[in-house]
Ligand binder design. Structure first.
Ligand code: PLP
Length: 385
């Protein structure tokens, strides 16, 4: 292939290949158990797959309406109302997206302009910062510290300036498994009064919450709802990360802006999958048991790790478990994660990559959305280290 002869300035000069692609490739190259990237190694419900097949066979294979199928938006409106007591207008305030990633990108693009500041909490999911920067915005980082990874709201208050346009929340939180409490939401509601600050609430793990904790959705707080984009993912809820299907909720004024961007990013999303999910979502049983399903996996994994030299950092939600390896080595997280993959055959994610300054805390992230036999094999290896 001939090389491009021109010159160009990269729009994202500091961004390389995503750590998930890097670690998954390393896992494949070394035939390692891949607990790095967050995806289940078990199957999607056969019923849901059959629904998609049937809708395809019945000819539902052309463009869906731009905001998504009305029947899917209606089921979502009912679900959100039943769970969180928020009444979203399915016509004007709900949009189906190609996964949560597109919803996040579209929400950020629709309101962030040159030099707007966006507060994010680190360690942070990796798509936020590139989306902010591509729109000329400035990420403002607030660090969450191990082992609790709680938000210090006094610090957040101190970082607010006249340029602050948005705060990005994520609960249950990837990568730490921490969850926001009612007191967090109340403090946020209090100090945002009288400001124009918009919230982007990433709630893709809304159902993956453990130990009888309640998910504190932004949708439970009317004063926050009126200034928020809330983002969800069917990929997480239905073990179908490869389908890239999600949705965004927002008050009409914000949703209008969102749709202006959405129509030129993807225009619309996969039609037969929308039909199938609309049917499947009507049965609450298809998502209400998820918390206990994943709690069992978390508990299986941490019980199998008893006796290992890794220290368990409590995970209250998501399908991630952080392990502190300070009693094994003082290697850097990236170095240790690479060595674990190459020498021991188990791939994880160094949490340092979720901090812009690569903050080192001797902590790795392991995904437990796996069959028990996969978790047992992984734990057996980890116990020998
Ligand atoms: C916190 C968080 N937000 C968003 C996403 C993206 O979700 P989707 O696969 O639906 O785009 C992920 C996926 O890992 C995530 O962990």
């Amino acid at each position: 292939m001939p090389h491009y002869p021109g010159s160009y300035g990269s729009k994202l000069p500091d961004i390389g290949t995503s750590i998930f692609a890097v670690m998954s490739k390393l896992a494949a190259d070394h035939n390692a158990i891949n607990l790095s990237q967050g995806f289940p190694d078990f199957e999607v419900s056969e019923k849901l797959i059959n629904l998609v097949n049937n809708y395809m066979l019945k000819g539902n294979n052309q463009y869906a309406p731009m905001p998504g199928l009305p029947k899917l938006r209606e089921v979502i409106a009912d679900k959100v109302n039943n769970l969180y007591g928020a009444k979203y207008d399915s016509d004007k305030e709900i949009n189906i997206t190609a996964g949560a990633t597109q919803a996040l990108y579209t929400a950020i693009t629709s309101v962030i302009k040159e030099d707007d500041e966006v507060i994010i909490f680190e360690p942070a999911y990796d798509s936020y910062v590139p989306a902010i920067k591509l729109n000329g915005g400035i990420p403002v980082y607030v660090e969450l510290k191990p082992p609790n990874y709680r938000i210090d709201w006094k610090e957040v208050k101190g970082r607010i300036t006249p340029q602050t346009r948005m705060i990005i929340l994520n609960s249950p939180h990837n990568p730490t498994g921490s969850v926001l409490r009612a007191s967090d939401m109340e403090q946020l509601q209090q100090f945002l009064k009288g400001t124009d600050i918009i919230i982007l609430s990433d709630e893709v793990y809304e159902h993956l919450i453990f130990d009888d904790k309640q998910h504190e959705s932004i949708c439970k707080y009317p004063e926050l709802v009126s200034r928020s984009f809330a983002v969800f993912s069917f990929g997480k809820t239905f073990h179908a990360t490869g389908w890239k299907m999600g949705y965004c909720l927002a008050p009409e004024e914000l949703m209008k802006e969102f749709r202006k961007v959405h129509q030129f990013v993807v225009f619309t999303c996969n039609t037969p999958v929308q039909h199938a999910i609309a049917d499947f979502l009507k049965d609450k049983k298809n998502y209400t048991g998820l918390g206990s399903f994943y709690q069992q996996k978390r508990d299986h994994f941490i019980n199998a790790l008893k006796g290992s030299r890794f220290k368990i950092i409590p995970s209250y939600g998501t399908y991630f478990q952080l392990l502190d390896y300070s009693s094994i080595t003082d290697e850097k997280e990236m170095d240790f994660a690479v060595r674990l993959t190459k020498e021991f055959g188990i791939a994880s994610i160094p949490v340092s990559v979720f901090y812009h300054n690569m903050s080192e805390n001797t902590v790795l992230r392991f995904c437990f959305a796996k069959k028990e036999e996969t978790l047992d094999k992984a734990a057996e290896i980890l116990c020998k280290i």
